[in-house]
Design a protein around this ligand. Sequence first.
Ligand code: PLP
Length: 427
Amino acid sequence: MVGPLSQKLFAKAKTVIPGGVNSPVRAFKNVDGDPFFVRRAQGSRITDVDDKTYIDYIGTWGPAILGHSPIQLTQTIHEVAKDGVSFGAPCPWEIEMAQTIVDWVPSVQKVRMTNSGTEATMSAIRLARGFTGRDKVIKFDGCYHGHVDHLLVAAGSGALTHGEPDSAGVPKDFSNQTIVLPYNDFEAIQTVFDSIGDQVAAIILEPFPANAGFVFPREGYLEFLREITTKHGTVLIFDEVMTGFRVAKGGVQELVGVTPDLTCMGKVIGGGLPVGAFGGRADIMDCVAPIGPVYQAGTLSGNPLAMAAGLAQLKALEAADGYNQLEKTGARLEAGIRGLLKENGLDFTFHRVGSMFCLFFTGKEIWNVNDVNGADMEAFKRFFWALLDDGVYIAPSPYETGFISLAHSTGDIDDTLDAMSKAFKVI
Ligand SMILES: *Cc1c(COP(=O)(O)O)cnc(C)c1O
């Protein structure tokens, strides 16, 4: 249970904001409770309005890879803001950001900035359709790509049946253009391409799905998707909004050596400001307006404040040898959790790459969202609340990934493991 002031604010918020929140997961519905309201966040810690401080493993859902309000970011934001926060005209920051993305992300030759990950995936889908002259899109059950109409689609009853709207307000005609398949299923993909491969504009996926727990591709799966899309002239889109600049400088595509045609980015590149981007092969990107027929725009896209903040974050990461440091911290947490599981006779599955991790409350192997659905959700809830009471804040849903930042010290990890040691006893 959260403190009295948070409870009071939530009651007030609900009178003027739908559900009291500006994004649904924040409402704590998946853990049967009410959220706390945040006063401030610094380093690895987040402090609520009742003055309770938590070690934070959400990091504003991924962006805070340096930790909260790092000096490199806050200073940059102050400095840049003095000269203006948005121009609606080209500024040098945009070129530096684009060049950095091109240098870091293997698939990207040209890139367009947006203001959110949702805009990035929406634009990438439109671009793939405009480039190929085809309408159909394949997505995977359990992969999240923001709240784009065509991607808020749930699986139909078979590989070749069309998806069903997964939200009120999405026309059936839209979901008819989307085919939803189980992730990691080679045959389902083969079946679709064998029959209608020449109608598929794009496959969009999270190469490591991180919005249904944290799931890895089976051996050869991403290579298989690369091969079959190349063969059929389908655009392969990696949605690396979560994994980009997080699992490695160049995201999953750098780690696994599979290069998509387009990549969607967000979260870490904005340093906590509202930023997204999509980029990829120059011949495809050149189909975007003003030089191509695919319209895409944004009043605040590429604004100097967001560009400078994002660049400051990326530079600080590099200067701190960030990815190696995060791997060390992640390994310490992983070793501790695996030790606790053993001690408590629990056979739970644990996944981690660098600073991203997920503990599944099941001993089953996890290959897609169906496997995640089989986890013990009630045990997860008890674990969540025990940790929160003890000052450790993990995502309020068993379908989310955990994030470590550079601000997490070994002391933070050890305190977290102490809290987990107690929490495992009460699940
Ligand atoms: C967060 C996320 C998005 C949506 O980004 P927003 O900035 O919330 O619109 C899209 N794809 C993935 C993989 C994400 O994790």
